[in-house]
Design a protein around this ligand. Structure first.
Ligand SMILES: CC(C)(COP(=O)(O)OP(=O)(O)OC[C@H]1O[C@@H](n2cnc3c(N)ncnc32)[C@H](O)[C@@H]1OP(=O)(O)O)[C@@H](O)C(=O)NCCC(=O)NCCS
Length: 188
């Protein structure tokens, strides 16, 4: 665990890993994000939202996420940009509640299987624990969403249990879904 002389406030606007840059969205990213992930029907089976059918939907959503950054509301979304070619691959977001951070994430399906999301999530966990206020990083996924569970397992998050009828995943089912709660605790 690195040692810091002063508290680092989470979440920062930008984070880097070996291959990826996590950064605030800009309105000008809307078209590239639409092409790479927001219009991708493969990714929304276990998400709360449906694939966008127009760039305007992505632009409107990005405006909301930009406002959230500017207003310092609890919910922050990063875009995941591949460093070597600046291609947008997907997104990871977090919501801060007191000492807790909840994360959610999605990648365009052509970027699956390359270990990008574990790399991004690992960096978000590290950054969260650099802030002395943060004690717990948690994430929920549909009980069927094995790919997402694997991401959490790979970064050392532990399965804590099942929340019955917790998730609203309308692309999978009209009725609320059982979800798995994973978490990593400071110092574990
Ligand atoms: C979940 C997700 C982010 C995984 O990201 P990723 O960068 O592909 O993660 P990894 O490369 O580590 O792959 C994770 C697991 O997915 C599986 N997987 C990856 N690519 C796959 C593919 N093309 N087909 C089938 N399974 C695949 C593998 O089992 C892999 O685990 P393994 O490395 O132990 O074999 C990505 O699948 C995604 O965006 N899914 C849709 C959105 C979503 O469900 N988000 C989570 C909401 S809680």
């Amino acid at each position: 665990m690195p040692c810091y002389t002063s508290p680092v406030e989470f979440p920062p606007e930008e984070l880097e890993t070996a291959r990826l840059r996590l950064r605030r969205p800009r309105i000008e990213d809307s078209e590239a994000a639409f092409d790479s992930y927001t219009s991708d029907e493969n990714i929304t089976r276990y998400l709360t939202w449906s694939a966008h059918t127009t760039v305007a939907q992505t632009r409107e959503y990005f405006q909301q996420t930009i406002d959230a950054w500017d207003l310092r509301m609890g919910h922050r979304v990063w875009l995941i940009e591949r460093k070597h070619d600046r291609v947008l691959t997907g997104t990871i977001g977090c919501t801060v509640h007191f000492h807790r951070v909840e994360v959610g994430f999605a990648l365009g399906s052509r970027f699956w299987g390359l270990g990008y999301m574990p790399e991004a999530l690992q960096r978000v966990c590290e950054a969260a624990f650099e802030d002395p206020r943060i004690y717990r990083v948690q994430a929920l996924c549909d009980e069927e969403n094995r790919r997402s569970s694997r991401v959490m397992e790979k970064v050392g998050m532990e399965l804590e249990g099942t929340l019955k009828g917790y998730g609203s995943h309308p692309n999978r089912s009209d009725t609320p879904r059982d979800c798995l709660m994973y978490a990593r605790i400071r110092g574990d």
